[in-house]
Design a protein around this ligand. Structure first.
Ligand code: AGP
Length: 617
């Protein structure tokens, strides 16, 4: 995701835009740029890296003007380079745009409309500037209302676009006019005293106004010095009221959440859709992950899959193992990266190795992948950060599109990694033994998963009550079976890393082979007992625990009244297909760890001893 800010008013725009970008840096920090209208043209400056680099570059420029736009990039198409930084322009330089989102059909649009155009970047966004250019000339000649020509050209251009956008457009021939449109990426208008703002969230404007208008999907806005007009994409005017925002600037950066971790937990139902977007093929009951760079023949030649990762990513990999073996019937191993490299792995050209990493910079995982490549395996990445080392060094793979994950404790990246791995397993499985009916059921479950995750988030108040009851305990045991064992591991890690409370996780069936000796009334157990093929087995394990008088907190499926007889506390989650249960069942455990940390006064976003990306071995 990227950050956008625009200003039109009576103050110098540059300082407002730069400060606004800093408020939005959490949305992306690969590169940044600004364009200020000045004497009938635009002065544009862009820089790779964080906002500080752009600010340093601007020190040497004396750009004045009271009207402009700015952007901080989270790369999706095109590497992290200055020519790929926004803003982007059309051939003439008259039209200048900033964009947050993904133009899925940018190649088709380029082939269909942009023959003869001079493209300067590898981004999908630049296509939009040229597409508006192709539409504008027709409207400018035909339209008596010249002012409306730019708006009409943007509407026409967007009618061809498939994907998502938060788009802001300026045109040299329309001085002091900002056009913006929204589909799938947020945009909010700030209404000040003879000054107006447009941004990806309210944080850049709250120092100037608390009166805002939130755009909804398929709405656009035309902003001039005389005010704000909202239209739909068919140019019908829409009346929208302004809202009063009473967040502080700092809170607004986190979308009103107390910290990034909570924001990122609540991001999950939204970003899971970004992971799935354009990758599920309903009518074939399969998935298609374009970046795999393997032919069907290559894919059929694979007789072994190895998923390499660290920490939370390794627990996502464990879910991937279940999916690959159950759907594709391919023997699959999960290897902790720091062990893999020194274990003299036996690999060959029929082995497919995935490196799974949010940051794409984890030294252990990078080293392991280099070893796998050296030994001749297919090596692919499943990463979040575009253009990261793992993304660049592997011969293909898939971005999980979780957006910047700033809290050290990983949450939304974990669930997005699982979604991508299960889609890969489906893609391989449909080449082998998965029937179209089974594939269609999984695709349908994927289509419903965002709503289920949203429902799972609604148990937050229940979790807070349970935390109050258990916050004095010094030890916890997490139990799960099948795909829920990795969920237990992840819940245990979340608790450890942000509350510093000791916890362990075991497969439910393993507990009686030793760990049960730990149990007492002072050693609570958090167990996942959702309705699936292992329900009865897990239920027996929980009864063994009850016999030892350990307190039990259960994650159970909505409607399972029996669960209440087995536990001191029950958190209910919605049902889903077993392979997707981790996407729903993990959320209460994330919230449990989060609220426990808050109750204990811990620094949730920056826990002690940890770093967001472990770039040392
Ligand atoms: C997750 O909460 C931890 N911060 C940590 O285990 C992390 O998952 C691990 O270091 C791997 O990081 P990566 O996904 O960026 O490779």
């Amino acid at each position: 995701m990227c950050g956008i800010v625009g200003y039109i008013g009576h103050k110098e725009a540059l300082p407002i835009l730069l400060k606004g970008l800093r408020r939005l840096e959490y949305r992306g920090y690969d590169s940044a740029g600004v364009a200020i209208a000045h004497n009938g043209t635009f002065k544009s400056v862009r820089a790779v890296g964080k906002i500080d680099n752009l600010a340093a570059k601007l020190q040497n420029e004396n750009i004045q003007g009271t009207f402009g736009i700015a952007h901080t990039r989270w790369a999706t198409h095109g590497g992290v380079t200055e020519e790929n930084a926004h803003p982007h322009t059309d051939c003439s330089g008259d039209i200048i745009v900033v964009h947050n989102g993904i133009v899925e059909n940018y190649r088709e649009l380029k082939d269909k409309f942009l023959k003869g155009h001079t493209l300067r970047s590898q981004t999908d966004t630049e296509i939009l500037a040229h597409l508006i250019e192709t539409q504008y000339s027709a409207f400018a000649e035909a339209s008596a209302d010249k002012q409306g020509a730019l708006r009409a050209a943007v509407q026409s251009a967007l009618s061809y676009v498939r994907g998502t956008y938060g788009l802001v457009v300026m045109h040299a021939k329309h001085p002091r006019t900002l056009i913006a449109a929204r589909l799938g990426s947020p945009l909010v208008v700030g209404v000040g005293d003879k000054e107006y703002f447009i941004a990806s969230d309210t944080s850049p404007m709250l120092a100037h106004t608390q009166q805002v208008i939130f755009l909804d999907d398929e709405e656009m806005v035309e902003i001039t010095d005389t005010g704000v007009q909202i239209f739909n994409l068919q140019d019908k005017k829409i009346d929208k009221h302004t809202e009063h925002i009473d967040w502080s600037e700092a809170e607004a950066e986190k979308g009103g959440f107390a910290n990034f971790m909570l924001k990122e937990i609540f991001d999950q139902p939204t970003v899971i859709k970004d992971a799935l977007r354009g990758r599920l093929v309903e009518d074939e009951g399969t998935a298609h992950l374009g970046g795999l760079n393997m032919t069907d023949v290559d894919m059929r030649s694979i007789n072994r899959v190895i998923l390499i990762a660290c920490g939370t990513a390794s627990y996502a990999a464990m879910v991937g193992k279940y999916a690959f073996e159950r759907l594709a019937g391919i023997p699959t191993e999960v290897e902790v990266a720091s062990e893999f490299r020194y274990s003299d792995p036996i690999l060959d050209k029929n082995t497919l190795v995935f490196g799974i990493s949010q940051s794409g910079e984890t030294a252990d995982t990078i080293a392991a992948l280099r070893e796998a490549k050296r030994k001749g395996a297919f090596v692919r990445g499943v990463v979040n950060v575009i253009g990261s080392t793992i993304a660049r060094e592997t011969d293909g793979g898939t971005y999980i599109h979780a957006g910047p994950e700033l809290a050290v404790a990983s949450t939304k990246a974990y669930t997005n990694m699982i979604a991508v791995l299960v889609m890969y397993a489906l893609q391989f499985g449909r080449l082998r033994r998965v029937t179209v009916a089974t594939g269609e059921r999984l695709v349908k479950a994927f289509r419903e998963i965002s709503v289920k995750m949203e429902q799972s988030l609604k148990i937050e108040s229940e979790v807070k009550k349970i935390v109050e009851k258990y916050k004095q305990y010094k030890n916890f045991l997490f139990l799960g079976r099948g795909v829920n064992f990795p969920v237990a591991l992840e819940g245990s890690l979340k608790l450890k890393e942000i509350t510093y409370i000791h916890s362990e996780a075991y497969p439910g069936g393993e507990m009686k082979h030793g760990p049960i000796a730990l149990l007492s009334p002072d050693f609570p157990v958090v167990a996942i007992l959702t309705k699936n093929q292992l329900y009865d087995k897990m239920r027996s394990n929980i009864e063994e625990i009850r016999a030892r008088k350990a307190p039990v907190i259960l994650i159970a499926t909505e409607g399972d009244e029996q669960a209440k007889e087995l536990a001191d506390d029950v958190i209910y989650v919605p049902p889903t297909m077993e392979l997707l249960e981790p996407l729903v069942n993990t959320i209460p455990l994330q919230l449990f760890a989060y609220h426990m940390a808050v109750a204990l006064g811990k620094d949730v976003d920056r826990p002690r001893n940890l770093a967001k990306s472990v770039t040392v071995e």
